[in-house]
Write a protein that binds this ligand. Sequence first.
Ligand SMILES: *Cc1c(COP(=O)(O)O)cnc(C)c1O
Length: 432
Amino acid sequence: MQYFSTNGHAPLASFATAAATGQAPDGGLYFPESLPQHTWLQSSEWRSWTAAELALHVMQPYVGQSMPLQQLQAICADTVNFPFPLVPISPGIQSLELFHGPTLAFKDVGARFMSRCLAWYNRGSQQRITVLVATSGDTGGAVAHGFSGVEGVEVIILYPEGKVSPVQELQLTTCGPNVHALRMAGSFDDCQAIVKQAFTDAQLQQRYQLSSANSINVARWLPQQLYYFIAMQQWPPDAAPPVVVVPSGNFGNICAGMLARRTGLALGHFVAACNANDTIPHYLASGTLREQTAVATLSNAMDVARPSNFVRILQLMQHQHAQLLDWLSAYSISDATTSETIARVYRQHGYLLDPHAAVGYAAAELYLQQHPADTAIVLETAHPVKFPEVVAAATGQPVPLPASVQHLFALPSHATPLPATYDAFLQWMLER
Ligand SMILES: *Cc1c(COP(=O)(O)O)cnc(C)c1O
């Protein structure tokens, strides 16, 4: 399988090259040159495969010859080694719980797959890879954990002091010795600006082989298809395909779901659930993409004004606007509705939504009002304990700590405090 750039001015790249470079050299996003058709979906055998077997079948065409099958098999098994249960919430709406991974969010899947691919492609190289990430909380934990203990790769993670939740901070600071957390006395934007500058710094490039674990990387994007396939193993074979509601920020996750449908999985209509950052709902309604700047909301992992993966959705729809509308709807949900939804769903159904899935649930309700015969799956993209203040304020009760994070509180936590300036960061990088 070869990958082309959505900007059209870069040479074709193998999966290995696309995974190692992230963005194409012309600034575009890599997209598979031809899409596989998963003919094995036509028999019912796949329904009883293990998650690892299913993952191997889905990913093999994309990874192609760039890795021996056995290696890919091991990576797949490692990527989906936790459950992805489909849980009924209310009549017509089920939750696909993607928070049972090590950092309690769906980004674990992409981060685990990508880290293991990079380690394999870099094997035997003298120089180790240094992955630099800035995080506002969620991505950093998944990336740090995904790379923790992975040979030949180290991770340096910059996070804003006092602006991530306690569980998120523990997830960033208790990983293996190859993960270094820098607690920056500044904002997330400061952290991001420092990382951006680092990638253009010749002095650092000389000393380090820097890499980004950006969400546009094909090795993070493509494995997100897996949980749609795993979900459909749990869906009754003769039931109508579900409407799939995806809390969306950069649109990587939903685009992976649409790719799964395009390559043969029987999924229904897609609903992009957005917060006040309504670039795509506005685009679908009006046909014009307007320039916007991100606004802060309660579902902060989706505070994205220019969703980078949307160009991949356009590509998947072959730039046919009518087809796009046939496949995709989008809603913008306010913070007030988000809180109200968390409170109401908890009160009426005893199910605790995180703010992102609450946006999803509210969007599902809007869609189902217009399509009452349909059934919806809402992706629960993170555990509520990652956003304890918002959830507790809505329900009036503290969020119970799941057993899977309690051990974090007993682990030694390491972070290096730094002023949020490039000079301080550079000095640390050169002196370590
Ligand atoms: C990253 C994230 C999202 C948004 O996913 P995209 O692929 O960027 O659309 C939604 N919810 C949570 C909890 C996230 O961490």
